[in-house]
Design a protein around this ligand. Structure first.
Ligand code: PAP
Length: 342
């Protein structure tokens, strides 16, 4: 993960071209200040972007750093806010849907035919701070959004704005067994990678993953920061894994509602509200929706790519023995002794 010490950009009259000639579209749109900042940051080859840069110990594509700084500087949290946080490709889509359905169950019955989750992609219902709101150099006015406001973010715990840390808002985090996480990430990136860039071989992607170089990685830092946050502030941060939800969705759905201060009452329990939410947000149901088969997120990513297999343990179909051994060792080295295991 060593930083390159040589000058990294060739400056021409109107634009900046990366040394290898590849132009990063995202880079071109950055402010002068952000470009100057990037020049001072460690850099490594990215996934889906020519380069990632390390900011506050986490790897990002260029545009994300500018967006995150803006998010850190401008977001004003409210006590009623609910923030879904995650390591990308760990169950964000599922967790957002479940939370949206729990929080809005009195406005939209989970069994109603025109529930918003049946017609909208959940990333449009629960937008990401760093992509939807603070991307593209915008400072949005979020003060008039209906409360409770629901937001999503992949930003790691220690990089969340002070305003979030100081408010009594709630954070629910999800991550996933690194074996399945790697597979999901690698396959997703190769589906959405710009056509100007070569696809990443499994070995190349795995090498970078094991070294911690993934967007919002290293995965172990991301996980451990939220893990420790949840231990120190259990009323503020709820820590979940994809495997938790797969293992006992009914139990964890109830725990989420309790954590958010809106537990299911006995009428709801006996009327099957919990089961309806589980069904509404199930992989099979969401994958088959018209909006998720043919729609696009940010006019860029096809929604269908957010729904692949939705299984625990698919890694066995993609790992060779040396990869299994290597990742097991990385997990032991980085997470061993933390109390977090998969
Ligand atoms: P994102 O970071 O791009 O939003 P995210 O939703 O975190 O992705 O993770 C995608 C994974 O969740 C995919 O896993 P897979 O590649 O192993 O299949 C996706 O299939 C899975 N997924 C999406 N929606 C659901 C759901 N409703 N239930 C269970 N798994 C889901």
């Amino acid at each position: 993960m060593a930083a390159s010490s040589t000058p990294r950009f060739t400056k021409s009259h109107s634009n900046v071209v990366l040394e290898n000639g590849a132009e990063d579209e995202e880079y071109e749109k950055l402010s002068h200040e952000s470009k100057e900042l990037l020049l001072s940051l460690p850099r490594e080859k990215g996934w889906g972007h020519p380069y990632f840069y390390s900011y506050q110990d986490i790897w990002y594509s260029p545009g994300l750093i500018q967006a995150i700084i803006s998010f850190q500087n401008h977001f004003q949290s409210k006590e009623s806010d609910i923030i879904i946080t995650s390591l990308p490709k760990s169950g964000t889509t599922w967790l957002k849907a479940l939370t949206f359905a729990i929080v809005n169950r009195n406005r939209f019955s989970p069994s109603q035919q025109n529930h918003p989750l049946l017609t909208s992609n959940v990333h449009d219902l629960v937008p990401f701070f760093e992509v939807n709101y603070y991307g593209n150099n915008q400072i949005p006015n979020l003060s008039n959004l209906p409360e409770p406001r629901l937001f999503g973010t992949h930003v790691p715990f220690n990089s969340l704005p002070d305003s979030i840390m100081k408010s009594k808002c709630k954070i629910i985090y999800i991550c996933r067994n690194p074996f399945d996480h790697f597979v999901s990430f690698w396959i997703f990136i190769n589906k959405v990678i710009p056509s100007s860039m070569p696809k990443l071989s499994r070995e190349e992607a795995f090498e970078r993953y094991s070294n911690g170089v993934t967007e919002f990685g290293p995965f172990w830092i991301h996980m451990l920061r939220y893990w420790r946050g949840s231990k120190v502030m259990p009323n503020k941060v709820m820590f979940l894994t994809y495997e938790d939800l797969k293992g006992d969705i009914n139990f964890f759905l109830k725990r989420m509602a309790e954590f958010l201060g809106i537990p299911f009452n006995s009428d709801e329990e006996s009327n099957g509200v919990i089961e309806s939410i589980i069904e509404l947000c199930s992989f099979e149901k969401m994958k088959e929706l018209e909006v998720n088969k043919n729609g696009k997120f940010l006019q860029k990513y096809e929604n269908k790519h957010f729904f692949r297999k939705g299984e625990v343990g698919d890694w066995v179909n993609h790992f060779s023995p040396w990869m299994e051994e290597k990742l097991s060792k990385v997990i032991e080295d980085k997470l061993g002794g933390s109390g977090l295991s998969f």
